[in-house]
Design a protein around this ligand. Structure first.
Ligand code: GRF
Length: 218
């Protein structure tokens, strides 16, 4: 799939969050007051629940926010349509799912397919799903990490944009999931900032499972 670079720099980002929003914050900090230099600006933040620290960060940054709760819609399809409409209203070039703990639906992917970036706290294709850190620890891996990838209609199965490794040490017991997740998140924030910046500045194309950064059209 060929994917165009953003219409005109800086690219417009809609960021979706569910929790503490430290990945969102990393993007906001990297952009700072120089969206042209970074290549992108956050134009809105969406969430699947109200009252999260992630939404507070967006409000503090003066950004428009929206909340789409599954429970406020009769069906998952209606929720997906509402999320699609709320996101589309901000005309994003890229949608960044930064700790957004919901699987987007068919409608959302039809509208934004090839433009939705997700970050996952494991080295995909190992340990997809909501418990990537816990599952990697339980498996006993010596190396785990994080993956920034495009979203397709599977669970954490889309083409990989970038990955970073994090070592698992003897101190990482199954009870230490939170501590390992924090170490992964330190690396993950940098990876996401770098990957989104490159997609926005340089353009990209997706060929099968392979993501080519930069030099679109060459
Ligand atoms: C990240 O590790 C993300 O990969 C996972 O949840 C975490 C979100 O962290 N799905 P934050 O809300 O950005 O702090």
């Amino acid at each position: 799939m060929a994917s165009p670079p953003p219409s005109a720099p800086p690219a417009r980002l809609v960021v979706l969050v569910s929790g503490s929003g430290t990945n969102l914050q990393a993007l906001l900090d990297a952009i700072g007051d120089d969206p042209e230099g970074y290549g992108a600006q956050v134009v809105a933040v969406g969430a699947d629940r109200p009252g999260t620290v992630g939404l507070e960060r967006a409000e503090r940054a003066g950004l428009p926010t929206f909340v789409c709760r599954v429970r406020e819609h009769a069906t998952r399809e209606e929720w997906d349509a509402a999320l699609t409409a709320a996101t589309a209203a901000h005309r994003p070039d890229l949608v960044v799912s930064a700790g957004f703990m919901k699987i987007v639906g068919k409608r959302f992917l039809a509208e934004f397919g090839g433009r939705v970036v997700n970050t996952h706290p494991a080295l995909l294709p190992s340990f997809p799903g909501a418990h990537g850190v816990r599952d990697a620890l339980a498996y006993g891996v010596k190396v785990t990490g994080c993956t920034v990838h495009f979203v397709d209609d599977g669970v954490d199965t889309g083409p990989i944009i970038a990955q970073s490794a994090v070592e698992v040490t003897e101190e990482d017991t199954p009870e230490g999931e939170a501590a390992l997740h924090e170490r992964i998140k330190e690396v993950e924030r940098k990876l996401l900032v770098e990957a989104v910046g490159r997609l926005a500045r340089d353009g990209y194309r997706i060929e099968g499972r392979k993501v080519h950064l930069g030099h679109v059209g060459e």
